[in-house]
Design a protein around this ligand. Structure first.
Ligand code: PAF
Length: 273
């Protein structure tokens, strides 16, 4: 595995290679969720590039940028074992200058759900993903379905800015008890981890109701909200796959999303129905 830290060096190197490139952008602290993205990329491409970059512009001042888990040694090993060809490991100065051009998330879809309480978050995500895609110029790029709003906004960016990369959405990986894998799970104490199981339980509750043909969004949301008590709830929402509001669930075209705070940690999850 080759480790490259500057955009110029990576661009130069990739120019000499005529292969399909699968790209997995990450912020490190890699877990099974990331590994499943890498595995998909490995299956579908001749060359696999992973980036590890904790992007400062997607954190607001009061968020956990300084605390964000760093596991550089373990991450490198995981990449090596998973068959990554190139690990791109830039620092902030390699990616950002002083008077920056940046992207703006769409005014509606970028400022609801997670964007409502983190208004600059998706501007930062879109900007860094655009930069990384321009550096790597991959054939396919891999994102987890767990960050459904991020996936939706990046898909919109690729479409609206006429970019030619193909986006591959990969299923969420869960612990055996249902907790969705997240780099932030390591912040949870034993008790908080137990509390966090309310999230997947609420999603499974929604799925059960829908299986029993209870399809009214307000009815499902109310039961989910009750089941999540006493957690601090940022949102419980049921939308179609284009992130539009619906009144009734349409199986095969709907998405149930939850974001809560457990202790000090924001956790989000969803199921696609
Ligand atoms: O999902 C993430 O890890 C990040 O938001 C991403 C896409 C790597 C951009 O920093």
């Amino acid at each position: 595995m080759k480790i490259i830290s500057t955009p110029l060096e990576l661009k130069r190197y990739l120019k000499t290679i005529n292969k399909t490139i699968g790209f997995v952008p990450t912020m490190g602290a890699l877990h099974e969720g990331h590994i499943s993205l890498i595995k998909e990329a490995r299956k579908q491409n001749e060359l696999v590039v992973v980036s590890i970059f904790v992007n400062p512009t997607q954190f607001s001042k009061d968020e956990d940028l300084d605390k964000y888990p760093k596991k550089d040694g373990a991450d490198k090993k995981i990449c090596e074992i998973s068959g990554v060809d190139i690990l791109f490991f830039p620092n902030a100065k390699d990616i950002y200058g002083s008077d920056e051009v940046s992207l703006m998330a769409p005014k509606v879809r970028g400022f609801v759900l997670e964007g409502l309480t983190r208004p600059s978050h998706f501007n930062g995500v879109l900007t860094v993903v655009m930069k990384l895609l321009n550096i790597v110029n991959p054939t396919k790029v891999y994102f987890g379905k767990k960050d459904a709003q991020q996936l939706n906004l990046i898909s919109l960016m690729v479409k609206q800015l006429f970019m030619s990369v193909e986006i591959v959405a990969v299923d969420t990986v869960r612990e055996s008890d249902g907790l969705a894998l997240s780099s932030r799970n390591i912040y949870l104490s034993k008790d908080e981890r137990k509390e966090a199981l309310k999230i997947s339980s609420a999603l499974y509750l929604a799925r059960n109701l829908i299986t029993r043909n209870i399809l009214e969004v307000e009815v499902i949301k109310e039961q989910m909200l009750n089941s999540l008590q006493p957690l601090e709830i940022f949102y419980v929402e049921i939308l179609n796959h284009d992130f539009e509001i619906i009144k009734k669930v349409e199986v095969g075209r709907s998405l149930v999303l939850v974001e809560v705070r457990v202790g000090e940690t924001r956790l989000l999850d969803n199921i696609w129905l």
